[in-house]
Structures are given as structure tokens and as C-alpha cells.
Design a protein around this ligand. Structure first.
Ligand SMILES: NC(=O)c1ccc[n+]([C@@H]2O[C@H](COP(=O)([O-])OP(=O)(O)OC[C@H]3O[C@@H](n4cnc5c(N)ncnc54)[C@H](OP(=O)(O)O)[C@@H]3O)[C@@H](O)[C@H]2O)c1
Length: 294
């Protein structure tokens, strides 16, 4: 609490809500920026079970929050509960960033911004390559990636998923003109492509490996894996060995946090090498602990 002209002004307070939420790195990111910019404010975690989401959101302001991040499994439910979803949230039918506006909850989805800002920062000229952009996967994260590439990628989109039906639904929902394929179509999709993005959970710690032959992919094509635990996935390591420009998933995680921080705490923060090192160290520590626990 700080005093302005004798009136106590509450420090801005935000949080991340999820169920479970202990794994979320959002508190590390936002508290790093609060310390770095010496700003008054706090950011914590709130474990909110699905049946309490409505009550939690109704009480957001009364409980002293200026807003919150929303993580799994609440992104779609929170979208349907808030009064003021913006156009991006309405497009994805999911929110990850909420704030109060005239007593009502407004919300957006910053994953599109985070994905594009991360590629811009990690691979100069990534969106000026010929060929298709191949998206592996059609889950929640794939929606933001496909919408982002629908905006920026100059060539065709090709979505390959274990369940092609889910990919077809994704393209229809987002009104994207995309080719759809199953795993057996991957080699054909990679031939002549300019970008490959993995949005499946394969390659993540405790998940099966993502294994396929990269050789049909032209070496100039950029390769992005949005999985960030581990930071260097098998796909990224294989792509580096072949000389592809690569972008890891940590960039998306860090950049998607920027708009929320700016809104809640009044300063647009930078994604610096120091922040990357700080979160990468936490990921490495979590992996080491998971290894010891096995
Ligand atoms: N970097 C970031 O900021 C960021 C943001 C969001 C998510 N992520 C990461 O992205 C990954 C996906 O998250 P999500 O929320 O989109 O998950 P999700 O909604 O559960 O989707 C999972 C995707 O992986 C596919 N998949 C799962 N197991 C498979 C298997 N054994 N074989 C083939 N395909 C399989 C699914 O295919 P089916 O449709 O056939 O089931 C689906 O396409 C996670 O690792 C998450 O941590 C990163």
C-alpha cells in the first residue's frame, strides 16, 4: 500500500488461475519484471477448481485483483464467462489474459502475439520464405499458432494431426484455408515447406518422443517447437544438426506475458536475455527434479 496525497492506493495485484496451477511459470516471469523495473505490485498463483471458476471471476475485483492470467483447463470456460472478450478472444474462443474495465471483466488471448513476437525475435525473415507452413498438431495451442500464421504466413498452411478430423474442425472454426493431413501425409507436407511448427505435446517431458524423418524439409526452412520443457527438444536438436534456423518454445511463453504485465502494472516489459536465462534455469531444475523422482 502506498500513499498518494494522503489516500492509500492499493498496489496492483494479479495472479494466474489454473487447476492445477503449481507448474505455472507466470509468477516467476511477472515477479522478475516487477523486481527488474522496481514496480509496486504482486503476482501470485490461485488454484481454482472448474466448479469455482465462475465464483472466482465474479469476485476478481472484490478480492483485490486488477486482472489475471488463465491457464489450463480454464481458457475456454473463462471466455464464455466474461463480459468483454476482445476480437482475438472471440476468434479463438479462449482467453489467457483478463482485466477489469468499468467493473466488468475484459479478456484477450495473447498467444498469437507471443508466438509471432517469439519468431520475430529468434528467426529474422522467418515469414519471407517460399513454400507451405506445416503445423503439427490441432489442440488448444495449435489454434493460436494457426490463427497467427493465417495472418502472417504468405504461403499455404498445412495442418497435420494424428486425428485429421480435429485439424479439419480447427480450420473450419478459424475460417482458415488450410490443407489437412494425417501422420502418413507428413513427409509430403514437409517437401518444399518453408516453416515447420510443432504444437503437439510430443517431445515434452513425460510424453512420447516426436519422431519423424526431417530430410524432406528444405534446409532453409525455419523449425519451431512450442514445447519448452525441455527447452532443447529432440526436434530442435535434429533441426539444428541439419542447419535449419530454429525457434524454441520459451520465446512464446515469455512474449505472451508482455501485454498482461503492461496492462496490470503500467509498463511494457522487455523479454531480455537475463529473463530467458532465469526461466531456462528453472526449467532445467524442474527437469533434474523430475529425473530424480523417477
Ligand atoms: N510455448 C508456449 O507458450 C506454449 C503455449 C501453449 C502450449 N504449449 C505447449 O504445447 C503443447 C501442446 O499443448 P496443447 O494445450 O495444445 O495440448 P492439447 O490441446 O492437449 O493438444 C495436444 C496435441 O498433441 C497431439 N498428440 C498428443 N499425444 C499424441 C501422440 N501420442 N501422437 C500424436 N499426436 C499426439 C494431439 O493430437 P490429437 O488431436 O490426435 O489428440 C494434439 O494435436 C504442450 O507441450 C504445451 O506445453 C506451449
Amino acid at each position: 500500500m502506498s500513499a498518494a496525497a494522503g489516500h492509500p492506493v492499493p498496489e496492483p495485484r494479479a495472479c494466474v488461475i489454473g487447476w492445477p496451477v503449481a507448474h505455472s511459470r507466470s509468477p516467476l516471469i511477472h515477479n522478475y519484471w516487477l523486481r527488474h523495473y522496481r514496480l509496486a505490485g504482486t503476482y501470485d498463483r490461485a488454484a481454482v477448481p472448474p466448479e469455482e471458476l465462475d465464483t472466482f471471476l465474479r469476485g476478481l475485483g472484490a478480492n483485490g485483483y486488477v486482472g489475471c492470467n488463465v491457464t489450463v483447463p480454464h481458457k475456454e470456460a473463462a471466455f464464455s464467462l466474461i463480459a468483454r472478450p476482445d476480437a482475438i478472444a472471440r476468434r479463438l474462443k479462449a482467453v489467457n489474459t483478463l482485466w477489469l474495465e468499468g467493473g466488468e471483466i475484459a479478456g484477450t488471448n495473447t498467444d498469437i502475439y507471443g508466438f509471432l513476437a517469439s519468431l520475430d525475435a529468434q528467426v529474422a525473415g522467418w515469414d519471407a520464405k517460399p513454400g507451405a507452413a506445416v503445423i503439427l498438431g490441432a489442440g488448444g495451442a495449435a489454434r493460436a499458432v494457426a490463427a497467427a500464421l493465417g495472418e502472417r504466413w504468405p504461403g499455404p498452411l498445412y495442418i497435420v494431426n494424428r486425428s485429421p478430423e480435429r485439424a479439419r474442425r480447427l480450420a473450419a472454426d478459424l475460417q482458415l484455408d488450410a490443407r489437412i493431413g494425417g501422420q502418413e501425409d507428413l513427409a509430403g507436407a514437409l517437401a518444399g515447406a518453408g516453416l515447420l511448427v510443432n504444437t503437439t505435446s510430443l517431445g515434452m517431458v513425460d510424453q512420447p518422443a516426436l519422431e519423424f524423418d526431417l530430410s524432406p524439409l528444405p534446409r532453409a526452412a525455419a523449425v519451431c517447437d512450442i514445447v519448452y520443457v525441455p527447452l532443447e527438444t529432440g526436434l530442435l536438436a535434429a533441426a539444428r544438426r541439419r542447419g535449419h534456423p530454429v525457434a524454441d518454445g520459451l520465446g512464446m511463453l515469455l512474449h505472451q506475458a508482455v501485454p498482461g504485465f503492461a496492462r496490470w502494472f503500467g509498463r511494457s516489459p522487455e523479454v531480455t536475455a537475463g529473463l530467458r536465462r532465469y526461466i531456462a534455469a528453472d526449467i532445467a531444475a524442474a527437469l533434474a527434479a523430475a529425473g530424480e523422482g523417477r
